[in-house]
Design a protein around this ligand. Structure first.
Ligand SMILES: C[S@@+](CC[C@H](N)C(=O)[O-])C[C@H]1O[C@@H](n2cnc3c(N)ncnc32)[C@H](O)[C@@H]1O
Length: 343
């Protein structure tokens, strides 16, 4: 989505080489996953911020692109009539991504408590994006009657769900986008937020097909998307040196609109690509009644070329199917199936 060489030139410290960046990214990754009490250290100096920006900024941005591919034209047009507020923006990840994907929107504001992140975001705008509709701040903007879209990008898991809910209540936005890590703990937090939002007139548009109780509530399982990407050569090479895969990115993406429901009748969402066995794909899906089942999708239904395409799909896409036979263990064999994006 972005020009990678321009990002590298606009890092707070543009003189770090690939090995140095990879080492810093490795340290950060450990702190994101297993040493979460030290999280703030990740944003404590210019080198760490540069490392974050070289790696997570261009790859995380692709997760918004993935969501946008699953929105209707009407929904995209509606979002483009709002002011977009990116909370916990970091180096401006979703403010810049939104400025590319919803270029007609009224403005793009990134907010972050870290001064160094804001410095990095401003540097990227001054030197690369040069977009006068984009601005950054350490404090939340004043509340007014303007229509807003709020984006939380990997920030609810840092500020906590109650703080995020407070910000939502403060602005009463038309749209809310949450793009968070694809882990079980984060899923539980987002499920709690889902419950609260459905009680105050928000409707979930993605990934759920229905407004009912999530079938995974109260059980030891979670729903997330695994997004398959192809990366710029230099970025791919950095990920190899850092030994961190970004070709498949797990994420928990939820999207809400105020009082607006789109008709999802007959559709189901793939929530897990469970198995790829010789004769069939096994996919867990969740349907418009918030019921989860496993689909057995026989490969003989497709031409070879299509089977190859199906091997590469991301979870999080939608399907329409008819049933051939009910099998054991909440599994059904499909008779026909249409998979979003596959001809
Ligand atoms: C993991 S980074 C995510 C950056 C960017 N959104 C992305 O996804 O690439 C989390 C960011 O949230 C910010 N943050 C955490 N708690 C915050 C709060 N209560 N208010 C504002 N920013 C916060 C941190 O400073 C950090 O920059």
């Amino acid at each position: 989505m972005f020009e990678y060489d321009k990002i590298l030139k606009s890092l707070l410290n543009p003189n770090l080489n690939k090995q140095q960046l990879a080492k810093l990214i490795g340290t950060q990754s450990t702190q994101f996953t297993s040493e979460r009490t030290k999280l703030k250290n990740n944003y404590s100096d210019e080198d760490l911020i540069s490392a974050y920006t070289s790696f997570y900024f261009p790859t995380n941005a692709l997760k918004l692109e993935f969501l946008v591919e699953h929105l209707s034209e009407q929904m995209k047009a509606e979002i483009s009539k709002t002011h977009i507020l990116d909370i916990g923006t970091g180096p401006g990840t979703y403010a810049f991504a939104a400025s590319e994907l919803f270029s007609g929107a009224l403005s793009f504001t990134g907010v972050d408590e870290s001064k160094l992140m804001i410095d990095q975001a401003n540097k990227l705008n001054d030197e690369y994006f040069q977009n006068s509709k984009i601005g950054f701040s350490q404090t939340l903007p004043n509340v007014d009657d303007e229509p807003r879209t709020l984006i939380f990008g990997n920030s609810i898991n840092e500020m906590g769900m109650p703080a995020a809910f407070k910000i939502i209540k403060r602005y009463n936005p038309k749209f809310i986008i949450c793009i968070e890590p694809g882990t079980k703990d984060v899923f539980k937090d987002l499920l709690a937020l889902r419950k609260k939002l459905l009680l105050i007139d928000y409707k979930i548009q993605y990934p759920c097909m229905g407004q009912g109780t999530c079938p995974l509530e109260g059980i030891d399982d979670w729903c997330h998307q695994s997004i398959k990407t192809s990366l710029d050569f230099e970025l791919e090479s950095l990920s190899q040196v850092a030994k961190l895969d970004r070709k498949v990115m797990p994420a928990t993406i939820h999207f809400y609109a105020l009082e607006h429901v789109e008709d999802k009748a007959g559709q189901a969402r793939i929530i897990r690509l469970k198995k790829n066995v010789k004769h069939a794909f096994l996919w867990d899906v969740c349907d418009e009644n918030n019921k989860s089942v496993t689909l057995e999708v026989p490969k003989k239904l497709f031409k070879k070329k299509v089977v190859k395409q199906l091997e590469e799909i991301s979870s999080g896409i939608s399907v329409r199917y008819t049933i051939d036979k009910e099998l054991e263990n909440s599994t059904v064999r499909v008779k026909t199936i249409e998979v979003e994006g596959i001809e």
